[in-house]
Design a protein around this ligand. Structure first.
Ligand code: ISE
Length: 343
């Protein structure tokens, strides 16, 4: 194999060196081909420095605009908290740079729509949104079952999304905006339909959940084509991390996300290991997502979900947060899809 020359590689500025940013820096540095980390931006200089330690030639910066202005930055990976995304994304579009933006695109549909409009004005898709489940092998295989149609029409989806615990400051709304946002995206991806409405019921509360959260919640989603999906979102489940989906078709049932890996029988017992968190569960999916983005960026394209997907899921989240306050199904309000996002 011929050695890849530095000039063949895309220089990436990673903006935000927290949990996901640091994870992506390691990934770009060790597992992704065709890219290198040339800059890390974080307001916390110590954190930025710690993240670039051991990454050859990468500089630390504190202002995203300084990264966008550098000649050794060709693309940006945005991993700051969501409330900071809008300004960074608008500046990156202004600079006409490829962007991989961790979810959410932005926190509200209004600001996400502004991003869609700015990208439409630019005239090409530059932003890929970090919905990594689309790159998970099992979700992709389930997508193939939907596409093949051999099991007839899909009728229902039963989803469970369980996290062991939540970080400090995780609000009740974040069960929807930070967690169920993934189901909104993946249901849209699997069915090829938009989400029409969201309804939420809360029942018995987990007494171990932080006071501000009503955990778990039962989310009932209906797509524009009438498919029903229910999601158990349970973010203080203690035992580990688990994301499962059961798809019900006219002539068959498909399950994904069940524990795999080693099943050991010894000393009169059998068992395996529960995945501890999302980095482990979706590690391969994150690798595939970032590789797809890098490969597409080299061609001047995006390699995954678009700003439209970011906008549509932000609209679902807004409906979901309203549904938390109501016993009714709340309709998802969407602007018409611009031509650029039709394919
Ligand atoms: C987290 O931000 C993620 O994106 C994980 O995939 C999800 O499982 C978790 O609930 C979120 O808080």
């Amino acid at each position: 194999m011929t050695e890849q020359q530095p000039s063949d590689r895309i220089n990436v500025a990673v903006i935000g060196a927290g949990r996901m940013g640091a994870d992506h820096i390691r990934r770009l540095d060790t597992r992704i081909s065709g890219a290198r980390v040339s800059a890390v931006v974080d307001v916390d200089e110590g954190r930025a420095q710690a993240a670039v330690d051991g990454v050859p030639g990468a500089v630390c910066l504190s202002d995203p605009n300084d990264a966008l202005a550098r000649s050794d930055v060709d693309a940006v990976l945005v991993a700051t908290p969501g409330f900071l995304h809008e300004d960074i994304l608008l500046a990156a579009l202004e600079a006409d740079m490829p962007v991989l933006c961790e979810k959410p695109l932005t926190q509200e549909p209004e600001s996400s729509w502004r991003i869609v409009q700015a990208e439409e004005k630019l005239g090409r898709k530059r932003i890929q949104v970090g919905f990594m489940r689309r790159f998970d092998a099992e979700y992709a295989a389930l997508g193939d079952v939907f596409a093949a149609g051999d099991l007839g029409a899909p009728l229902m989806l039963h989803c469970a999304h369980r996290n062991p615990t939540t970080p400090p400051g995780f609000t009740n709304e974040m069960l929807i905006t930070d967690s169920v946002v993934h189901e909104f995206d993946v249901i849209r991806y699997l069915t090829g339909e938009e989400i029409a409405s969201v309804r939420i019921r809360t029942g018995r509360r987990n007494s171990f959940a932080p006071a501000q959260q009503h955990d778990p919640q039962h989310v009932l989603i209906e797509t524009t084509g009438g498919l029903l999906a229910d999601v158990e979102i349970f973010v203080n489940a203690d035992f580990g991390y688990q994301v499962t989906t059961q798809a019900v078709f006219e002539r068959g049932i498909v399950d994904i996300g069940r524990e795999r890996g080693l099943q050991t029988a010894a000393s009169g017992r059998w068992g395996g290991v529960v995945t501890p968190g999302f980095e482990e569960r979706f590690g391969d999916a994150y690798d595939a997502e970032v590789q797809s983005w890098v490969d597409a960026a080299a061609r001047g394209e995006i390699g995954g979900p678009s700003a439209w997907d970011g906008y549509a899921t932000a609209a679902c989240c807004a409906a979901g947060v309203r549904a938390q306050q109501s016993s009714e199904a709340v309709r998802v309000e969407l602007n018409p899809k611009p031509e650029m996002y039709q394919s």
